[in-house]
Design a protein around this ligand. Structure first.
Ligand SMILES: *Cc1c(COP(=O)(O)O)cnc(C)c1O
Length: 465
């Protein structure tokens, strides 16, 4: 039985399909499996020679329970990855002695979010069809989730998608990828303020039970557990291919991708350490290194998809680090909501330190990391990958086993930063051709909950929701 419980302990256990279609738990918490499914070391060894889709099937079937049959899951996985421009889906590429990039940007929107969302969109359509319902998906994005959600859900029947991005705080390519979608079910909102403001509005919409019921509201950002499950897969493929327990260095914003690494560890995968790499928005580095989780104002950097102060998925890590103490989580999250600050108890800190290390790096070092790798082997990387590369340089000297940097976006998505670092303009891959000829559709809204709510209700009504 695969059942899911909430980190806040006040939601009855749910099926995978329920979790997929609701996103956030009704008690405000995040869903996690009641018990982590296990994958033995022998099976992991076998993953080394299997295609990515086959490993994804082995991992995901343990999470879906009876929500989808093996055949349904296999069909959706194979369709999800058919469109990737590298048959390995998430290829490992060597950049030094025992030093690798795990390339996660070969999907339709050139960021790692495609890996989970291409499956999620398909499973979502399937689950809705089985239930005969409609859904309103609302996503706050720091840039890449928006376009990946649009690529996954654009044109689906029975789904209206609303994407809120912080106005003027995403790259030009990111904005165009979202706003030039031709699909009538896609609604872009450029919200005044920061990503954290947008995320706070989305959270308030979910807390409005009347609104949530009326619109069949759901979320596809990394609070949706299905994304974490799909992202755990590449930790398995990379570790199997290396044949040794790696240190993974993960460019981190909302803590979703790095928590997928914790999920893989809890399923039995041998990982040496998970390194959280942040830009100047270093709340996670401070929380892990100093034990104080305190949110400030998000500041714009060259790695905008990580310009986040409140890392939603950290709640999942805290839940596990506290031995699933739901009473403490409820209390801790209300303290944090009220005071924007939380002191981590020593026991929780120790549990986190056993698994995670953390480093922060500013824009100067981000640019230097892009330039340094370009000089060594002529390779261009995007600024998010560069933040992780800078952190990896700190851990390489002491790391046991291979070091793997998660490369989360294609350099062409962040051409300005790459040009500043190297003087070279990354070539536009085929996925971005024609982007500048598209017609933009976007509504600019003030940072106001009622405005956003009414906008969504108005547009949903127009769709017959
Ligand atoms: C979203 C994103 C990240 C951060 O991932 P989280 O799961 O939010 O920690 C890093 N790099 C890129 C390119 C992204 O789009």
């Amino acid at each position: 039985m695969s059942r899911y419980i909430s980190t806040r302990g006040e939601t009855p256990p749910q099926s995978f399909a329920d979790v997929l279609l609701t996103g956030l738990a009704p008690d405000g918490g995040l869903f996690l499996p009641e018990a982590w499914p296990q994958i033995g070391a022998d099976e992991v060894v076998g993953f080394a020679t299997k295609p990515y889709a086959a490993v994804a099937q082995s991992v995901l079937r343990r999470f879906v329970g009876d929500s989808f049959t093996d055949a349904e899951l296999a069909a959706d996985i194979s369709a999800a990855y058919a469109g990737f421009d590298d048959p390995a889906v998430a290829p490992l590429s060597q950049i030094g002695n025992g030093f690798y990039l795990l390339e996660l940007f070969h999907g339709p929107t050139l960021a790692f979010k495609d890996i989970a969302l291409q499956i999620l969109g398909r499973l979502f359509a399937r689950a809705l069809k089985k239930r005969g319902g409609r859904a309103t998906v609302v996503a706050a994005t720091s840039g890449d989730t928006g376009s990946a959600a649009i690529a996954a859900l654009g044109g689906l029947e029975n789904v209206a998608l609303f994407v809120l991005h912080p106005k003027g705080r995403v790259s030009e390519v990111q904005r165009l990828q979202m706003t030039t979608s031709p699909h009538a079910n896609v609604h872009n909102i450029a919200l005044e303020g920061t990503f954290d403001d947008a995320q706070a509005i989305v959270k308030s919409l979910f807390a409005d039970t009347e609104f949530a019921r009326k619109t069949s509201l759901t979320a596809v950002n990394s609070i949706n557990f299905a994304r974490i499950a799909a992202q755990a897969v590449y930790y398995f493929t990379a570790t199997a291919q290396l044949g040794a327990a790696p240190t993974f260095v993960v460019p981190t914003g909302n803590f979703g991708d790095v928590f997928a690494g914790e999920a893989a560890m809890r399923m039995g995968l041998a990982i040496e350490k998970l390194v959280v790499a942040t830009n100047a928005n270093d709340i996670m580095a401070k929380a892990l290194n100093e034990g104080t989780y305190a949110a400030g104002m998000a500041q714009p950097t060259l790695s905008p998809s990580m310009d986040i102060q409140v890392a939603s998925n950290f709640e999942r890590a805290l839940f596990e680090a506290s031995d699933r103490n739901t009473a403490w989580i409820r209390d801790a999250m209300s303290v944090f909501a009220r005071e924007k600050k939380l002191m981590l108890p020593e026991k929780v800190r120790a549990a986190l330190s056993a698994r995670y290390a953390a480093y922060a790096c500013g824009d100067d070092r981000t640019l230097a990391a892009i330039a340094a790798l370009y000089q060594i082997d002529g390779r261009l990387i995007d600024p998010h990958t560069a933040v992780a590369l800078a952190a990896a340089e700190e851990v390489r000297a002491v790391a046991k086993g291979p070091v793997v940097v998660l490369s989360t976006a294609h350099p062409a998505k962040f051409g300005d930063a790459v040009r500043r670092a190297t003087g070279v303009e990354p070539a536009l891959p085929p996925q971005l051709k024609g982007l500048y000829e598209g017609v933009e559709r976007v509504s600019v809204l003030g940072h106001d909950l009622a405005l956003v709510r009414d906008f969504i209700l108005g547009r949903s009504a127009a769709h017959g929701h």
